[in-house]
Design a protein around this ligand. Sequence first.
Ligand code: DX5
Ligand code: ZN
Length: 227
Amino acid sequence: MGIYLAPSILSADLLQLEKQVRLVAANGADFIHIDVMDGHFVPNLTFGPNMVKAIKRIVTIPLDVHLMISNPDEYIDDYVKAGADILTVHQEACTHLHRTVQNIHQQGIKAGVALNPATPLSAVEDILEELDLLLIMSVNPGFGGQKFIPRSLNRIARVRQMAEDCNPDLLLEVDGGINPETAREVVGSGANVLVAGNAIFGSKHIVEATLNIRQAAETAATGERSV
Ligand code: DX5
Ligand code: ZN
């Protein structure tokens, strides 16, 4: 299974955004991760559909849109029209999660579900086979630059096991505190999509930082799983 790296523009320099996004897209990024926060589901505000639309104009790699918002159903159309290729909603924000996932699929794009660190994996057990992507939050959502929660490794390994029969191609994404060291660990546990914000855009050498995480992840992918 391939490894996908998704730099998160949350930590990018907004005044250099075009340059930085083009740079990662040309040097090891597989997706661009766009964090949408509404100041309600999470205590922070970030981007809306206009940002997705703007980034779509400058790169051809898929846009991985992470909705950290309440009532995501109301906004699916807007993000699809803006150019999202993968749309991920939080389980905690969806009363009718199955319907939400269906709504995303009906628009012809990939559907993902994210789980906060304290949400039991059983919350997605009965929908796992319908998903293109499951996102394990390895920090509490809302901010970049937080420390990786070690328990996430166990969660990743268990989800990968849960999906083994019902959805072997599931994209298993990890978001929060990813650097070369944690990249190695999460891939060893079964993750194959890595989001990294601060470790890439917080670095003075964006290309080198991107390639370092990529290399760490790929080395781990070719070795034995650690769990
Ligand atoms: C956190 C966001 C992340 C964030 C990760 O709520 O969902 O995508 O950008 O940032 P780092 O890699 O800095 O932990
Ligand atoms: Zn994110």
